[in-house]
Design a protein. Structure first.
Length: 423
């Protein structure tokens, strides 16, 4: 199973958005640690200065007594005033975010005259303001990331749009149309121009190769027609001799059939060598109902040694504009394959509107896996010939070239149904 592939636009967009998010988180984390460090230095300096002032005042005036304020409280272990349980066992230092009587505080613990002295600062209001500030920072950061994401998406769209446009043009190329070219605008990037030039060079080489192949097939087919016509004409004259031995007549009849098959093959190759747009000029108005009867009669001799019956269902009157030898070769090949792969029973030939030939045979049938294998070989250009005439591989290429459709349905219990749609 082919893995799901993400677009270049999505990959670039995800990479840039990921970079923006990671960079933003890194900046915020750095800002958080810097803020915490600066905050600790501020508390340390502020409380040290205040504690030094209090101790200095007490040394100057032994009767000096500190009076607590709404924000700063002093707990002196040298007096009878109790020290809160939360602060009692702390060693000397500064402690942030301590809860004293339900209020968030920062405390400085110092040992004076062998007793702990604690100075506590109420920072509840400051912490609330800090939380509000962080909410503002998070909100502005989210807004900035969103705006950067929109700008990045717009920029990526502009960046990838020329590539997407070129991909659409490449997807619209048709292998049966010569002279195709991928054009890029004047403001295209240098890389895009390099890709387009390389692709256009490939298209030109493909056109030249296709033209050489068609010219070779066309020339070879015309050169082969003359000797095949000579062989067929000589065979017809020889078969008109009344005193021709039976064995020789049989061999000459086989030569005539083979020459006719080769003529059909040459006609098919000529059709494949032509541009489909030029085919209507060399096409014929074919009465399919009458042609189908002629093809069936031409193939009845193949059933002489088998317990087979060819049955033609009532035929509607249908006309088709197509090269007559090609229609004969395609239908004749499918009928020949049905006869060769059947031993006994009835082969039914039907004609359905608008121009569909259906051949049901009682042959050996095929499993779905075998049908899939045949389609796979045809897709790779590796179909086999099936014993005589032109093979399914050429019929498949012919259908693709002319816009026809060949389908095979099979069951080991009921045989095979070949459906050839000529429109």
């Amino acid at each position: 199973m082919t893995p799901a592939r993400t677009s270049l636009r999505r990959r670039i967009l995800l990479a840039l958005l990921g970079y923006i998010v990671v960079l933003t988180l890194a900046i915020m984390a750095h800002g958080y640690f810097v803020n915490e460090h600066a905050e600790a230095l501020v508390w340390q300096t502020l409380l040290d200065t205040e504690m030094d002032h209090i101790i200095e005042q007490q040394q100057r005036d032994p009767s000096y007594r500190w009076i607590d304020t709404d924000s700063i409280s002093l707990y002196d272990g040298r007096t009878a005033a109790p020290i809160p349980q939360e602060l009692r066992d702390l060693p000397a230092g500064v402690y942030d975010e301590i809860m004293l009587e339900g209020v968030e505080s920062v405390a400085l613990v110092r040992t004076v005259d062998g007793q702990p002295v604690v100075l506590a600062l109420n920072i509840a209001d400051l912490e609330q303001r800090e939380a509000d500030m962080w909410l503002t920072v998070f909100g502005s950061t989210a807004t900035m990331v969103l705006l950067l994401g929109l700008v990045t998406g717009w920029s990526v769209n502009r960046l990838v749009r020329p590539i997407a446009t070129m991909a659409g043009k490449i997807g619209g190329l048709r292998p049966d149309q010569p002279g195709q070219r991928i054009d890029v605008p004047d403001e295209a990037s240098a890389e895009l121009v390099i890709i387009a030039d390389a692709l256009n060079d490939y298209l030109q080489r493909h056109d030249r190769f296709t033209e050489r192949e068609r010219a070779f097939v066309d020339t070879a087919s015309h050169e082969l027609r003359t000797p095949i016509a000579v062989i067929a004409g000589a065979t017809e004259i020889a078969l008109q001799q009344p005193d021709l031995p039976g064995a020789a007549r049989g061999q000459l009849s086989r030569i005539r059939r083979t020459a006719r098959d080769v003529e059909q093959l040459i006609s098919l190759l000529l059709v494949l060598a032509k541009d489909p747009a030029r085919l209507p000029k060399t096409s014929d108005v074919v009465a399919l109902d009458q042609l189908l009867l002629e093809i069936v009669e031409d193939h009845r001799h193949l059933t002489r040694d088998k317990d087979l019956v060819l049955t033609v269902a009532p035929l509607p009157s249908i006309e088709l504009l197509a090269p007559l030898p090609i229609v004969q070769a395609a239908i004749g090949n499918l009928l020949r394959n049905a006869i060769e792969n059947s031993d006994k029973g009835e082969i039914t030939i039907r004609l359905e509107a608008p121009a569909t030939v259906v051949i049901d045979d009682p042959g050996h049938g095929m499993t779905p896996e075998e049908i899939s294998a045949i389609y796979a070989r045809l897709a790779r250009g590796g179909g086999d010939r099936g014993g005589g005439g032109i093979g399914l591989e050429l019929i498949s290429r012919l259908c693709e070239h002319l816009g026809w459709k060949l389908e095979l349905y099979s069951d080991r219990a009921r045989g095979t149904t070949s459906v050839l749609t000529l429109r």
